[in-house]
Design a protein around this ligand. Structure first.
Ligand code: GFB
Length: 322
């Protein structure tokens, strides 16, 4: 959808002149949101861990009382790739439940006008129909590697719906597909697949290695969206969407992990052989989001995958690589 179409739609909520809290501003999504909100004419407020540890109810309530934001974006979460999810189930369920419960309930208490909660595509059943429509939620068993995180994120959606129903709060939820971009986590044990592949390919190229190892079979399919597109979609939803159901945020197409490896290696310039480590999990076979609802609201992604990967690699070279 072009800018022109976006302009034709009448905004239902204006951010201009509002005090807008971005919870989790140090994370990849939060920092992209802070960049994106710079052009909205609003006053962006953020909290460091010293200001308020988001897992602690009293600290969050005190900070919200003092700051009194009018709008809240809530991408704050404990996140990680497939192995981190599998290794730290207690932290993934506890931290995420606490963070979202504290933000959503305190937003209600201080009378926040509008809140957007960010979930994840792993909320859907492992064997959901593809592309996955929003109403596939809670229709089947979850993918076991990340069910702890998924359950916490489903609770966040349900909290927004409950507060909307009981108190009339304008709280909405967005479910993004797998995100990547500047500010990503490049720790090979805990990262998602794109930063892992960028780092592995770069280091293999630097060392002159003949091969590089990837996890699993390479056959699972994944959909990816650049974080700046995700932040733009979140702002668009904040301004144009107000309803009970969560909204999928996706790019509309997916590829196999092996195809992704080829593309990353082209961007990075690694030409060696690929070795598969079958001791590592594959996870969900496929999770392509159906993004019709968001498209019908006049939004579509602007960053093609290859450009996005170049941007991510540039950030890695400037901020992480030796
Ligand atoms: O991105 P990723 O860790 O998470 O892995 P999920 C995606 C796919 O890439 C899996 C494969 O099939 C991995 O086995 N893969 C190949 C690799 N090589 C690597 C590697 O070196 N590192 C990593 N990390 N993966 C997460 C969930 O699932 O997606 C979270 O665990 C969240 O809860 C997130 O929903 C968006 O896409 O499988």
């Amino acid at each position: 959808m072009t800018k022109k179409v976006k302009q034709q739609m009448k905004e239902t909520y204006s951010l201009a002149g509002k005090r807008v809290f971005v919870a989790g501003h140090r994370g990849m999504v939060g920092s992209a949101l802070v960049r994106r909100l710079a052009s909205e004419g609003c006053d962006v407020v953020t909290a460091t861990r010293q200001d308020a540890d988001l897992t602690r109810q009293e600290e969050v309530e005190r900070w919200m009382e003092k700051t009194r934001p009018q709008a809240v974006f809530a991408p704050a979460a404990k996140v990680g790739g497939i192995l981190a999810n599998e290794t730290y189930p207690a932290e993934f369920i506890y931290d995420n439940l606490m963070i979202e419960a504290n933000i959503i309930n305190s937003a209600h208490k201080v009378g926040v006008e509008k809140l957007l909660f960010l979930g994840s595509s792993c909320i859907y059943p492992k064997m959901a129909p593809q592309p996955i429509p929003e109403d596939a939620l809670l229709t089947g068993p979850l993918e076991p590697t990340n069910e702890w995180y998924a359950i916490a994120k489903i609770a966040g959606i349900k909290m927004c719906q409950a507060y909307r129903r009981q108190y009339g709060s304008d709280f909405i939820s967005a479910m993004p597909t797998n995100l990547y971009g500047p500010g990503d986590n490049y720790n090979l044990e805990t990262s998602h697949v794109i930063p892992a592949l960028i780092r592995k390919a770069h280091e293999a190229k630097q060392r002159g290695d003949r091969e590089m190892t990837i996890w699993g079979t390479g056959s699972p399919m994944r959909e990816f969206l650049h974080v700046d597109d995700a932040a733009d979609a979140m702002v668009h939803l904040m301004k144009n969407y107000s309803d009970d159901s969560h909204v999928n945020v996706g790019s509309g197409s997916d590829l196999t992990i092996l195809e992704l490896v080829e593309t990353v290696n082209e961007v990075v310039g690694f030409t060696g052989k690929i070795v598969k480590d079958s001791s590592k999990p594959d996870g969900t076979p496929r999770k392509l989001m159906q993004a019709d609802k968001l498209l019908s609201l006049g939004w579509k992604p602007a960053i093609p995958m290859r450009d996005g990967l170049r941007d991510a690699y540039k950030w890695y070279l400037q901020n992480i690589a030796d």
